[in-house]
Structures are given as C-alpha cells and as structure tokens.
Design a binder for this molecule. Structure first.
Ligand code: FE2
Ligand code: FE2
Length: 270
C-alpha cells in the first residue's frame, strides 16, 4: 500500500468573493492547479463564494469549482449572500444549504479496517447581517447525521467558533458557539472546518481541531498574511495541515495527534 493509499486528503478553500474588486483570478488558477495535483479525496468550500450574491457571481464561482477534478465536494453558504436573496442562487447552483457526505477510505487509524469518514455541513448565516448562528434546530440534525460507526468526523460551517488571532476586534463568532462546541465535543468530532475571517489558523480545543481557511483568491488580507487555502492529510494517528499560499504555492505545515483515534481503537478491540 503506497503512502497515498494510506492517507486521505482534504482540500479546504474559502472566501473566493467572486465580484470583489480585490479578487484575483491568477490566485484561483494557482489554487486549482495545486489541488488537482494533490488529488484530494474531498474538497470543502467553507463559504463566501461571492461578494454580493448575484447570479453571475455564483456562475463564476461555479466555473472555478467545476475545474477542480475531485468529484466529492462539500460547499456551504457564506454571509455575503444572505444579503440580496443570494441564497436562492446558491441553492439552485450548489444544492441544499446543509448536507452530509459519507465515504470510506482504505487508510486507517492503525487497525487496518479502512476509514469511515463523515462530513456534516450546516448554514450558519443570518439574513442581511454578518453575524452567525448554528441554531438549536440544527443540533438534532448534527447529532443524527454523525453515526457511531464513523472513524473520522468533520463538521463544516462558514463562521468561526473561536476568535482567530491577527484579525482585530472580534466579530461574528456564532451566537451559540458554546452550545455548538459542546454538541460537537459530545459527538467526538475530529475537525471543524470554517472560513469567514480570511486568515488561516488551527485551534486545538476539547480534542478537536478548529481549522480556519484564509481567503483563497482575494487580496483582502492585511499585514503579511498571503491569500491561502489548506491541504489536510489524515494518516494513521496524525493530522497534518498545510497552509498553502495561493500566490506561490509555498507551505506552512503543522502536524497534530488524532485525539479520538486511540479511544476508537480501544473500543474496537473491546
Ligand atoms: Fe469572506
Ligand atoms: Fe464571511
């Protein structure tokens, strides 16, 4: 079994902002080339495909995502198109605003049985404001969709659950972040994928990793943070997050232990 057979790979990109004056299609071209070279098992787009939610902006975003060859994609809505009824175009072009994806992968958490991956995504946006909320109506959905058989659980939302360093005064953490984190912890979720803040970061919290992707294709970052996206590798008992610059493909890599791996392995052994 080759290394690529043992590990599974997620490409996470966010905040395309098609229609933005600071959008740069060369950045998107670089990202698509790198992701296609990686041949990920899953692509997750964590929201804000457009600036204003107009149909032509969604069509432009759709064109970019169609060039990513991975057939397994999870796409969620962002706050920028809860304005102007943009969610109507989102649903027509990308599907429901909450979704579940399940797949198996031959790589495994040290027990040789294959990895049962589950991805649950919800819409955290509120009409005509930038704030977010998962909402109690989604808690049962999340709990039901994640099954006890999964060996790797991924939760996806646009907004962040914890403050992201280097992004100034805090705004827009979801209103019910404490309750959401408690639900996810109870379900033993492995990673949470978010966007919105345009700056990449990884927070370890309650045996989960909260992984935020930067803006992939705009020059809406300040300071020294380049536009970027994440390539996440899960192999054996480790998770590696590569923050990849959309400008030149350079990477900042960090490796973390899989906290729930040992518990699940022990339960399997009885
Ligand atoms: Fe954004
Ligand atoms: Fe956003």
């Amino acid at each position: 079994m080759s290394r690529n057979d043992r590990r599974f790979t997620i490409a996470q990109l966010s905040d395309l902002h098609c229609g933005d004056l600071r959008f740069d299609d060369a950045l998107m071209d670089n990202c698509i080339d790198i992701i296609n070279d990686e041949e990920p098992d899953l692509v997750v787009m964590t929201g804000d495909l457009t600036l204003e939610g107009y149909r032509e902006q969604f069509m432009q975003a759709r064109g970019y995502l169609d060039r990513i060859s991975c057939p397994r994609k999870t796409v969620i809505a962002g706050n920028h198109y809860c304005r102007n009824c943009g969610y109507i175009h989102f649903e027509k072009l990308f599907g429901p605003r909450r979704s579940t994806v399940r797949f198996t992968h031959s790589g495994a958490c040290g027990r040789g049985l294959g990895e049962a991956v589950e991805v649950v995504a919800v819409d955290s946006n509120k009409s005509d404001i930038n704030d977010g909320e998962v909402g109690r109506h989604n808690y049962d959905f999340i709990a039901t969709e994640f099954s006890s058989d999964a060996t790797f659980k991924i939760f996806v939302l646009h907004h962040h659950l914890v403050h992201i360093p280097g992004t100034g005064r805090e705004r827009n953490i979801v209103w019910d972040a404490g309750d959401v984190l408690s639900v996810l912890r109870e379900l033993r979720v492995d990673i949470v994928l978010s966007g919105h803040k345009h700056v990449p970061y990884v927070w370890p919290l309650a045996r989960m990793y909260l992984i935020t992707s930067g803006t992939v294709s705009t020059h809406r970052t300040r300071g020294l943070t380049p536009p970027s996206f994440n390539i996440i590798h899960i192999e054996g008992e480790e998770i590696t997050v590569d923050m990849v610059s959309s400008v030149d493909g350079s990477r900042h890599c960090s490796t973390y232990p899989r906290w729930w791996c040992h518990e699940r392995f022990s339960e399997y052994q009885g």
